[in-house]
Design a protein around this ligand. Sequence first.
Ligand code: 13P
Ligand code: SF4
Length: 307
Amino acid sequence: MPTAAEIKQLTDEIIKLKQERNAIILSHVYQRPEVQEAADFVGDSLELSRKAAGTKADVIVFCGVHFMAESASILSPQKTVLLPEEDAGCPMADMVTVEALRAKKTEVPEAVVVCYVNTSAEVKAECDIACTSANAVKVVASLPQDRPIIFVPDKNLGAYVTSQTGREMILWEGYCNTHHRLTADMVRAVKDSHPGALLLVHPECLPEVVNMADHVASTTGMLRYAGENPATEYIVATEMGILHQFSKRYPGKTFYPASNKLVCPNMKATTLDKVLTALQTLEPRVTVPEDIRARALQCLERMLAVQ
Ligand code: 13P
Ligand code: SF4
């Protein structure tokens, strides 16, 4: 853990260099608090994609995981996209490969293929439309009724979308290691300790946990809900990095993690000194080969067009 003085020094150096490089720092809400504080914009996967697509900066420093930086590069190929920790991957994204998806598509050739944005560029290039947890219900509801749907890779998000849209889908056997470890018993224990608190649940959680929720939402949806709702206590069932934003935005309210195990090691791999090194060296860069990029772009653009 860096000291407060080290954090200040690193942040000052980052801000100075960021201006010289005409760089923007984007951070997911699961990042370390000090990384979120050094960022120009903190948001969920959908907001970060929109920012990456619209920014005028020459360099995007993506404090998140690999598929997010890849999406930024797909949307803004002329920009330098940096992922400060190059090994920050997403185990769920790795649960679907191009080969396995092609085999499934051959089984159901008439299907529309929807991919969670937590997928590689190669997989996106094989899919018709992407979604994030913020817009998955709208994306699926926008699809033709007479076509089957293959949904990859998150079976929990897929099950939640089915519960909201009534659309049965062919679900992939993928899941997020972090959200998946939260059981209904663990949530019940926290609810017993805080009976007045509302339960906010991310749709990557197990269906039994999603079914207990007062509100199911993406990370930004949860933040918005706690701002608009008069309740003062909340149990938060998603990665713990988000607690920094909750307490920063709503200091008069109290937020409890649904479990202290809700930590994504990949999201925590980015540190301030890695952000500084990335700005100094303009490495590690994330790029996508043009033939894959062009097809993956269609998949992302169709998602961004859904209102
Ligand atoms: P959102 O920020 O879109 O809710 O995504 C959650 C997530 O797991 C990203 O890796
Ligand atoms: Fe992947 Fe889950 Fe980590 Fe998000 S929280 S990056 S879905 S492993």
